[in-house]
Structure formats: C-alpha cells, structure tokens
Design a protein around this ligand. Structure first.
Ligand code: UDP
Ligand code: MG
Length: 316
C-alpha cells in the first residue's frame, strides 16, 4: 500500500491551523478506510519562520497525534522554498505527496481523486481552479493577469494551477535534479514530463487569517518565474533595437526632406540622425550581449537535459 504525505507550508497560520489540521486528518482516515493509502500516511507541516504561535501549535499537535510531523525552517524563506523542503523531506519515506496551502482554500475532497489518478499511473496530478467566484475582484484580476503575463513572457505554466498538486516519489526524484536556487515550482514541474492528470475544483475563500501573498509577493513571484524561465526580456531588447533602426530610417527620410526644403537649423539633420542610429545600434548590441548572458544563465543552472521514465534493459 502506498504511503501518502500531505505537505503544508505555514507562515503565520495560528488562526488557520486548528481548523485545517483536523480536516486533513479526516482526509487521511477516510482514504485509509477506503484502502487507497497506507495507514502510516501522515501530514507534514513546514513552519516557514512564522512570527506567531504556529510552531508551538505544531509541537503540541505532534505530541498528541503521531500522524502529524513538522519541520521548522531556521527563518522565513518564502512559500516555494518551504514547500520544497517539505516535499523532499517527505520523498524520503512517502510514495505520494500532496502539497496544499494551510488555509485549505483548495478543495481537500479532491485529494481522493488525485490519489485515484495516481493509482491509474499518473506521476503528477495538477489541481486546477475551475473559476474564481469566491476570490475578491482584485485577487481574481491580478491572479489571472499573472498567468496571462507569464504566458506572454514565454513561461509555460498550467493555467490557473497554483501549488495544489500530487507528486509521486518518482516525480520528486526527477525534480531533485533541477539544482537551481531560484525555484518557481509551477514552471519546473511541467518540465519533468511523465503521465500527468488534472482535477478541477472551485477555490473557496480563506476562512481565517489573511493572505500571505500580498501584491508585492505576487510581483516577486512573477518576476522570479519570468527571469528563471525565459530569455524573452532579452529578446525584447533586441526587437526594440530593430524597431528603433526602422524608426531611424523613417527619421532619415523626414530629416532629408526637411533639409532640402531648407527650413532647418544648421546641424539638426546630422544630430537627429546620429541619435536614432546610435540608439538603435546600441540596443541591438545589448540584445546580442544579452543573448549570450542568457545562454550562460541557462548553463549555470545545470538543469538535467532529460528525465528517463523507464528503461527496458536486458535481463529481468
Ligand atoms: N506561506 C509560506 N511562506 C511565506 C508566505 C506564505 O509558507 O512566506 C504559505 C502560507 O502559510 C500558505 C501558503 O503559503 O499556506 C499560501 O499563502 P496564502 O494562502 O496566504 O496565499 P493566497 O492563497 O492568498 O495566494
Ligand atoms: Mg490562500
């Protein structure tokens, strides 16, 4: 039987934990009863340097309930890193991990569907939000804008999928090969491959506490995602340079026409032309230099070049 670990990053979640914890235990019990997971399945909470009583609560719960495990990070490292620490810790002795936010805005009843898909052979199952009726107008617009923008900037992501997902230990072993320090899990996980599945659900509002993802953190995440997955911004410099050179050509025509019609100051033509021309040339050069920096950047990440799914060799 497969052992499931539900991995929950927590940052200042003292209000949410007492509500979330029993519900997650309930999910475990239900799945064990249905013979879908092993009875040694557990919850793994990661305290991401909380300033409130989150850690004390976790310590207490761990004493009372042996299915509750907890990691304390030495300081706040952000959602993505907290999640990673939990996933890799769980991968050591669990066969399946499901990552979910501590506020349980993601529908926990779908964990069963995820596990079913895993039993059907999926190594990764993405939780995808059907709609965002319950999010505030502001959160919805900014979040949807986020996914669109990422797409425009050349980062492949699963639309409306955050970090609610099932990963098998096999998929996690491949994820571990991505050694980069700037992690943007939503971009990395789809790079792994394997058979994947999705479950759709409706996201509910946060029941207690406030969002730990203010606009500033969303911007930081978007920036992280774009700059670690795409060299498009560099290409944009190049394109801009090209555009400027075209404008330069038009400006040249305009300048010559003005020059020959006689009503210009001395030196105006040459100055205006050099400004546009040099500007364009500089931007194109910057783009070329950037292109190489982009290559170096990809090189230093040392990402695995392939992930092998199965190997049919001789013997056995
Ligand atoms: N979180 C974390 N470290 C941080 C910020 C957030 O571990 O620095 C956790 C937080 O406790 C929650 C999850 O990341 O479990 C997502 O945060 P939140 O629900 O506030 O984000 P939102 O749903 O508003 O996007
Ligand atoms: Mg939330």
């Amino acid at each position: 039987m497969d052992r499931l670990a539900i991995v929950v990053p927590c940052y200042n979640e003292e209000e949410m934990l007492p509500i979330s914890l029993p519900r997650l235990i309930g999910v475990l019990e239900d799945l064990v009863k249905k013979n879908k997971i092993d009875s040694s399945s557990y919850l793994l909470f990661i305290n991401d340097g909380s300033k409130d009583r989150t850690w004390e609560l976790l310590e207490e719960e761990h004493k009372k309930e042996n299915r509750v495990r907890a990691i304390k990070l030495a300081r706040n490292r952000g959602h993505q890193n907290a999640l990673l620490s939990g996933l890799f810790t769980a991968a050591k002795d669990a066969d399946i991990t499901v990552s979910i936010d501590a506020d349980l805005q993601d529908d926990i009843t779908k964990i069963e569907e995820m596990v079913d898909l895993y039993h059907d052979g999926c190594e990764i199952v993405y939780g995808v939000r059907g709609d965002r009726k319950t999010d505030s107008w502001f959160k919805r617009t900014t979040a949807e804008g986020f996914y669109r923008f990422m797409e425009i900037m050349g980062v492949e992501t699963i639309y409306n999928h955050a970090d609610y997902r099932l990963m098998s230990s096999k998929a996690l072993a491949e994820l571990a090969k991505y050694e980069e320090t700037n992690v943007y899990l939503r971009g990395l996980v789809p790079l792994i491959g394997y058979k994947t599945g999705t479950v759709t659900y409706e996201r509910t509002a946060r029941e207690a506490g406030e969002s730990k993802y203010p606009l500033s953190k969303m911007f930081a995440l978007a920036f992280e995602g774009i700059t670690s997955f795409s060299v498009k911004p560099i290409r944009m410099i190049m394109s801009l340079g090209m555009v400027v050179l075209v404008v330069c050509f038009l400006a040249a025509i305009y300048a010559f026409v003005s020059y020959f019609s006689g009503n210009v100051e001395d030196g105006w033509t040459s100055i205006i032309l050099s400004i546009w021309f040099l500007g364009g040339v500089q931007l194109v050069c910057l783009g070329v230099v950037g292109e190489y920096i982009g290559k170096i950047y990809k090189e230093v990440k040392r990402r695995p070049k392939y992930n092998i799914e199965t190997y049919l060799s001789d013997g056995e």
